[in-house]
Design a protein around this ligand. Structure first.
Ligand code: NCD
Length: 309
C-alpha cells in the first residue's frame, strides 16, 4: 500500500516531499496508461461521493471524470439546497452519512476548516476540493504538474502570482508546493488583497525569495510563469470594495509582448476579465491544458488514498 493509503488530502503544507513526488509520478503514469488504454479499472467496485456546497465546474467534473476513467462509480450532491444541509444538518452528520455510501469523499464548502471538520468525523479518506478562503490542494497539485509539463522542471523558476492573493485558496495551497523547488516568488496584488502575512512568513522562514508589488507588467518581464487569479467577489463583506478592485489586473497581448519570452500563463479558472481572450491563441497560454491535467492528478489522488494505485 502506498504512503497515502487511507489519508485525507486537506492542505499542501502538511504533504511530505515523498507524498508530493508520488502524486506527480502516479499522475504521469495514469496519463500515459489512459492514453494507451482509454480506460482503466483500478477503482472498479469503489464509489466516490462529491459533496459541493459552493459552485464548481472543473473541480467536480474532473473528479467525476477521474473516477469514471478509473472504472469506479460516482454519487453526488452538487446543489446543497437539495441536501439535508438545507434542513440544518451539521457537516459532521452529513459526512458520517455519506461515509456509509462511499469509499472516498470529495468536498467543497464555503467555510475555512470545513474539510478538516468532515475528515475528523469519518474513517474514509476526505479530499478537500476547496474550503472557503482556506486551501485548494488538488488545484495546486495540478498546477505543479502543469508547470512541470510546460517547463520541464520547476527548479529555479521565477513565478508571478497575481490578483486576489488574500482570498484565493489556490495560491494559498500552491506556494507551499512551489517553495520546495526553490522558485522565486513575485506576488502582485492590490495592497488590500495581499498574500496573508502568515503565508509569506512561512515562505521566508524556509529562505524563499519573496517580493510583493502592485506592478504586473514589471513582474511579467522577469517571470517564467504568470499565475493569474480572479478577484473573489463572493469573499467580500463589502460589495463596493469588490467593485473598486475588480479589473485591477488584466493580461493582454501588449503585456505578453513585453514579458519575458516564453512566459507560461496559468489560471485556475474561471476567468472573469483577468486574461483578455486575445491571449488564448498565444502558445504559452496554458490554462486550458491546465484544466485537462486536473483529471490525471485527481485519478492519482483517488487511487492512492484508496489503495488502488
Ligand atoms: C478556483 C476555486 O474554486 O478556488 N476554481 C477552481 O477550482 N478551478 C478558483 C476560483 O474560483 O477563482
Amino acid at each position: 500500500m502506498s504512503i497515502l493509503y487511507g489519508k485525507d488530502i486537506l492542505r499542501t503544507d502538511t504533504l511530505s516531499d515523498k507524498e508530493l513526488e508520488l502524486i506527480l509520478s502516479t499522475a504521469a503514469r495514469f496519463e500515459s496508461e489512459l492514453g494507451a488504454k482509454g480506460r482503466l479499472d483500478n477503482m472498479a467496485g469503489q464509489v466516490m461521493a462529491t459533496l459541493f456546497f459552493e459552485p464548481s465546474t472543473r473541480t467536480r467534473l474532473s473528479f467525476e471524470s477521474a473516477m469514471l476513467r478509473l472504472g469506479g462509480g460516482v454519487i453526488t450532491v452538487a446543489d446543497p439546497k437539495t441536501s439535508s444541509a438545507a434542513k440544518g444538518e451539521s457537516l459532521a452528520d452529513t459526512a458520517r452519512t455519506v461515509a456509509g455510501y462511499a469509499d472516498v469523499i470529495v468536498m467543497r464548502h464555503p467555510q475555512k476548516g470545513s474539510a478538516q471538520e468532515a475528515a475528523d468525523a469519518v474513517e474514509v479518506p476526505v479530499i478537500n476540493a476547496g474550503d472557503g478562503a482556506g486551501q485548494h490542494p488538488t488545484q495546486a497539485l495540478l498546477d505543479v504538474y502543469t508547470i512541470q509539463k510546460e517547463k520541464g522542471s520547476l527548479e529555479g523558476l521565477t513565478v508571478t502570482l497575481a490578483g486576489d492573493l488574500k482570498h484565493g485558496r489556490t495560491v494559498h495551497s500552491l506556494v507551499y508546493l512551489l517553495v520546495r523547488f526553490g522558485v522565486r516568488f513575485l506576488f502582485v496584488s492590490p495592497p488590500s488583497l495581499a498574500m496573508p502575512a502568515q503565508i509569506t512568513a512561512d515562505l521566508r522562514k524556509t529562505g524563499a525569495n519573496v517580493s510583493e508589488s502592485t506592478d504586473l507588467a514589471a513582474a511579467m518581464r522577469e517571470s517564467d510563469i504568470a499565475y493569474m487569479t480572479r478577484i473573489q467577489r463572493e469573499r467580500f463583506a463589502d460589495p463596493a470594495e469588490y467593485e473598486r478592485l475588480k479589473g485591477s489586473y488584466v493580461i493582454d497581448m501588449a503585456m505578453v509582448r513585453q514579458a519575458k519570452p516564453g512566459v507560461v500563463i496559468l489560471h485556475p479558472l474561471p476567468r472573469v476579465d483577468e486574461i483578455a481572450t486575445q491571449v488564448d491563441a498565444y502558445e504559452g497560454a496554458a490554462y486550458f491544458r491546465q484544466t485537462a491535467n486536473g483529471v490525471f492528478i485527481r485519478m492519482a489522488l483517488l487511487a492512492l488514498v484508496t489503495g488502488r494505485d
